[in-house]
Ligand binder design. Structure first.
Ligand code: GRF
Length: 231
């Protein structure tokens, strides 16, 4: 994929991951642009950040949609009108149904503030994650970017970053350290996707080499257009 990709971001909170993605697009680190930001929380800081950047927003307040199917139907319709190549969950607080996820297989990502599969799944979000990490006394936490599938936090892992847990770490100090890594890791994963370098192989994701660091063999190029180079 060499063209610029269209990215939709779903966020419910302050939107620091969204900001990192928008900044990476502006710098040209990601060959693409955030074309829409959707939220279930009208007060989300993420919406403010999007508006400031002139990016269209979709706001679907939870209480207007008592049934999940209604919420998801509206969200799907609104998202599809922007024709996203990639949908990024960035602190989106609603678990999306398998039926919804089905529309974006291989092109929906999430970031989680721990090293999955540890400290993930239903109920593991925000402070709950860091509290559980500290309670368990693990020495290393971090963050994970993964493709989204039917199992919450269970999709194929794309990238991870490790963050040491210090004896004096608190929920907020750990959250802050991990957030710094998230702001680097998420744009990196999106860049790899945009460059067509993520290949899903079952539960694993293979990262293909960059064509710049591994120039393709000119003979392979001939083969690909049907010219034999054997004689
Ligand atoms: C991050 O910790 C991310 O790992 C989790 O939600 C949080 C979003 O933070 N999925 P922000 O709203 O982007 O600042």
């Amino acid at each position: 994929m060499s063209r610029r990709i269209r990215i939709a971001v779903l966020a419910s909170g302050r939107g620091s991951d969204l900001q990192a993605i928008m900044d990476a697009c502006d710098r040209g680190d990601i060959p693409g642009a955030v074309v829409v930001v959707a939220s279930d929380n009208p007060k989300a800081g993420a919406l403010e950040r999007a508006r400031r950047a002139g990016i269209p927003v979709i706001v679907l307040a939870v209480r207007s949609f008592p049934k999940r199917e209604q919420f998801e139907a509206r969200l799907l319709e609104a998202l599809q009108s922007y024709q996203p190549d990639l949908v990024c969950l960035a602190g989106f607080m609603r678990i999306l149904s398998p039926a919804f996820v089905q529309h974006f297989v291989g092109r929906m990502m999430n970031i989680h503030p721990a090293l999955l599969p540890a400290f993930g799944g239903v109920g593991m979000y925000g402070e709950h994650v860091h509290r559980a990490v500290l309670d368990r006394g693990v020495r290393v936490s971090g963050c994970t970017v993964h493709f989204v599938d039917d199992v919450p936090d269970g999709g194929p892992i794309i990238l991870q970053a490790a963050v040491p847990v210090g004896d004096d770490d608190t929920i907020s100090s750990l959250a802050e350290k991990i957030a710094d890594h998230e702001h680097r890791l998420y744009p990196e994963a999106i860049r790899l996707f945009a460059e067509g370098r993520l290949r899903r192989e079952g539960r694993r994701v293979r990262i293909l080499p960059s064509p710049e660091t591994h120039p393709s063999n000119p003979l392979d190029a001939l083969e690909s257009v049907g010219v034999s180079h054997e004689d």
